[in-house]
Structure formats: structure tokens, C-alpha cells
Design a protein around this ligand. Structure first.
Ligand code: GLU
Length: 424
């Protein structure tokens, strides 16, 4: 029997604390009453599960998994499932709260949740991952549900895991329930456009911010950290709109080419190279830390949390940061960026395109009908542009950063809804 201990918390930049710093600042601006403050700061439900899984060598390994429902005030809870060795409860709690604020910012009728399992999906076989996903689903069968809590992919999970989850949940119900999860393969009721949706939303919010800042996309340079689903789709879509993508990266390293990275080559290389960029020759090899400090107009951190810190924030040369990842900027770095006039489109706005199309997927499942791609893209673009404009106007009105403005918009909405619904 083996058991993977949770990794020690990187206490210097605890994501839950980062979330709370912003929440507290926004609560002050809104004059949030004590009662609502106490309700919104705590997760509604925290579930810890222990998952014994038979590995390919015949031995049982016990994995620890989490599901945190931060809020179900606006509607059923919604949020992805993360498979990573760095998963820990405070991270999942922060990610769940960010889902609450994200859904409120883009005005979709969901609360926020997140799940995670401490595991290294890259070192596990498909069979092991399937057994783990089914064990996780089966342990949470009373928590999940199309009207309760709707999971989706996040780091380390994708369509394949969502298909297993749907199947396991459906077996427990004795019927097919495809609306219990989003980010499914198309044939299982997945939505057109869901795979690219987060990158598409990042692209739309980047262009909206550039328009306000009067930066011409055809003359702009950009670096994207992370080449997973979010990073690679963002890079491709921004290149389509005229930006030159000079830097890309994944966890194995970063690649810089001042003439622009050939993204088609990078994608083909990654697909032929076990999903990693290691050894890619289309740019000079630099580190992920260096990538963040390169001379570009737009920087898109689309990998992990806490990569922009008080230590490196002062060295960032980009005029605009658009957060494709959840929580890539530690709260302690916000002030430095604000003082240096670096505009930041925050995660809870910038990467909300993913959950927006998840919502469309859930709606299609519930009405039993499939929308064409152009309708999905049109509605996603509209939702992202409207959300950007609301946050931008709030930032102007209160003379605050876009991040704080996004929290103000979100918390105001959830607080108002809570007032109508009430407690016990
Ligand atoms: N994991 C994604 C996020 O952080 C998507 C969540 C969802 O679609 O429910 O926004």
C-alpha cells in the first residue's frame, strides 16, 4: 500500500490567502455587511476523499482527493477537477472561490466549486487514470449532479476523464446523465467550441484591453507561458488576430524567437513528443522565469498560480498582462504592477470563456439540442466583451485596478442574490 502525502503548502504565496486579500479589499469598497462577509468568505462544503486504486503492477495506491463547493448562491456549483502532485486543500479552496467570482463576472447562473486529486497524471497509464477517475466520481456521487455541482476539466484532466466521470455517475443513477459534467467529448454531448473556449475568451479580453490602451494588434508582440489547452489556443487565436507570439513555454522550458514562433510547428512538435515542448528548436531555450521578463507588449501567464511575485513583478516589461491561468499573480505583486502602470486583466474575467461554454454545453444537454459553432462563438464573444466592459467601467468609476473591479462586480452580484435568498 502506498499513499502520496499532500505537498507542503508554499506558505509564502498561499493561493487562498491571495484570493482573500482581494476579497477583503473589494468587500471594503462595497461596504459589505459583516453577515454577508462571513457567508461569502467560507466555502459552503469541503469534502476529502481517500481513493484506493489498483495500479498496473497489482499494488493498491491510495490517493487523496478533494471537492470544495465555495458557493451555490447563484445556482449549482461549477468548476474543474485538477490532477497534479501540487494539489492541496488551500489551493482547491482558492480555486473554488475563484469559480464563484468568475461565474458572477460573466453573469452565468452558477456558484463555484473545484476538485483535485494529488497525483502525477503524466506517470500514470490510461487504465490507472480511469480507475482513479471512477473511484473519485463514485466517492462524490452524492455531491455531483446537474442541479448540484457540475465538474469540468482543469489542469491534468480533459475530455477523456470527463467521459469516465459521466459514465460512472450515470451508472450510479441507472440512466445517462450527460449534464452532470462539461468538457465532454462531442459524441457524449460535449459542445462545439469547448476545447478552445478558454483561449478564445483570453483572446477576446486581450483585444478588448488593447483597444482601450490603443495598442495596435498588428504591431504588438506577445509571450505566452504554458502550452496546454489554454496557452496553446490563446497563442494561436492571438496570432490569427495579428499579434506576433515571440515566446512560448511549458513546464520543461521556454522558447524565444524575436521573429515570432512558428506555432503550427510547435503544436506538431508537442503532439509528436509526448505532449511536451522539450527539445523544440523553433526558438532559443530560456527559462520560464526569463520568459515573464522579456520585452513584449502583452504577457499571458497561462500555466500555474503564483508565477508573478513581488520578486519579479518589478522586472516585467509588458504593458498588459492577461491571466489565462487561475491565480498566476500573487496578491503581494498587485501593488507593484499597479504602480508601474501594468494593466492586468484578471483571471476571473480573462479565463471565463471556458466556463461560459461549459454553461452552453449544460444548456444544450438539458434542452437535448446541439448548437452550431458560430452561435457558440458569437455568444461567448458577446459574454466576454460585456463582462470586460462592466469591469472596465467599474475600474474607471472607483479608480481601482481591473482586478479589484472584477471582484467588486462579482461580490456585489453574489451578495445581492444572497440578500434575496437569505440564510436560516
Ligand atoms: N477549469 C476551468 C476554469 O478554471 C473550467 C471550469 C468549468 O468549465 O466548469 O475555469
Amino acid at each position: 500500500m502506498a499513499y502520496i502525502e499532500p505537498a507542503p503548502i508554499k506558505d509564502k504565496h498561499n493561493p487562498f490567502e491571495s484570493m482573500m486579500v482581494r476579497f477583503n479589499d473589494a468587500a471594503k469598497i462595497l461596504n459589505l455587511d459583516d453577515e454577508t462577509y462571513e457567508v461569502l468568505k467560507r466555502p459552503h462544503k469541503v469534502v476529502i476523499v481517500s481513493l484506493p486504486v489498483t495500479m498496473d503492477n497489482g499494488k493498491i495506491q491510495v490517493f487523496e482527493g478533494y471537492r470544495v463547493i465555495h458557493s451555490n448562491i447563484l445556482g449549482p456549483a461549477k468548476g474543474g477537477i485538477r490532477y497534479d502532485l501540487g494539489v492541496h486543500l488551500d489551493e482547491v479552496k482558492a480555486l473554488a472561490a475563484w469559480m464563484t467570482w468568475k461565474c458572477a463576472v460573466v453573469d452565468i447562473p452558477y456558484g463555484g466549486a473545484k476538485g483535485g486529486v494529488i497525483c502525477d497524471p503524466r506517470s500514470m497509464s490510461a487504465g490507472e487514470l480511469e480507475r482513479l477517475t471512477r473511484a473519485y466520481t463514485s466517492s462524490l456521487v452524492d455531491v455531483f449532479g446537474p442541479d448540484q455541482d457540475i465538474p469540468a476539466p482543469d489542469m491534468g484532466t480533459g475530455q477523456r476523464e470527463m467521459a469516465w466521470l459521466m459514465d460512472e455517475y450515470s451508472k450510479a443513477q441507472g440512466r445517462t446523465v450527460n449534464a452532470v459534467v462539461t468538457g465532454k467529448p462531442l459524441v457524449l454531448g460535449g459542445s462545439l467550441g469547448r476545447v478552445e473556449a478558454t483561449g478564445r475568451g483570453v483572446m477576446v479580453s486581450t483585444l478588448a484591453a488593447m483597444e482601450k490602451m490603443k495598442i495596435n494588434p498588428a504591431k504588438a508582440t506577445c509571450a505566452v507561458q504554458g502550452f496546454g489547452n489554454v496557452g496553446s489556443n490563446t497563442a494561436i487565436l492571438l496570432e490569427d488576430r495579428g499579434l506576433k507570439i515571440c515566446g512560448i513555454s511549458d513546464h520543461t522550458g521556454a522558447y524565444w524567437n524575436a521573429d515570432g514562433i512558428d506555432l503550427e510547428k510547435a503544436v506538431a512538435y508537442k503532439n509528436a513528443n509526448k505532449g511536451v515542448l522539450q527539445g523544440f528548436t523553433g526558438g532559443d531555450l530560456i527559462t520560464n522565469d526569463q520568459l515573464l521578463e522579456m520585452e513584449v507588449d502583452v504577457l499571458i501567464p497561462a500555466a500555474k498560480e503564483d508565477v508573478i511575485t513581488p520578486e519579479n513583478a518589478g522586472n516585467i516589461k509588458a504593458k498588459l498582462i492577461v491571466e489565462g491561468a487561475n491565480g498566476p499573480t500573487a496578491a503581494a505583486a498587485d501593488k507593484i504592477l499597479f504602480e508601474n502602470k501594468v494593466a492586468v486583466v484578471p483571471d476571473i474575467l480573462a479565463n471565463a470563456g471556458g466556463v461560459t461554454v461549459s454553461y452552453f454545453e449544460w444548456v444544450q444537454n438539458r434542452i437535448g439540442y446541439k448548437w452550431p459553432l458560430d452561435r457558440i462563438n458569437r455568444r461567448t464573444d458577446r459574454a466576454m466583451k460585456d463582462a470586460f466592459e462592466t469591469v472596465y467601467q467599474t475600474a474607471v468609476n472607483y479608480k481601482i485596478s481591473l482586478r479589484l473591479a472584477a471582484y467588486v462586480v462579482a461580490i456585489r452580484k453574489v451578495a445581492e442574490t444572497y440578500k434575496f435568498r437569505g440564510g436560516y
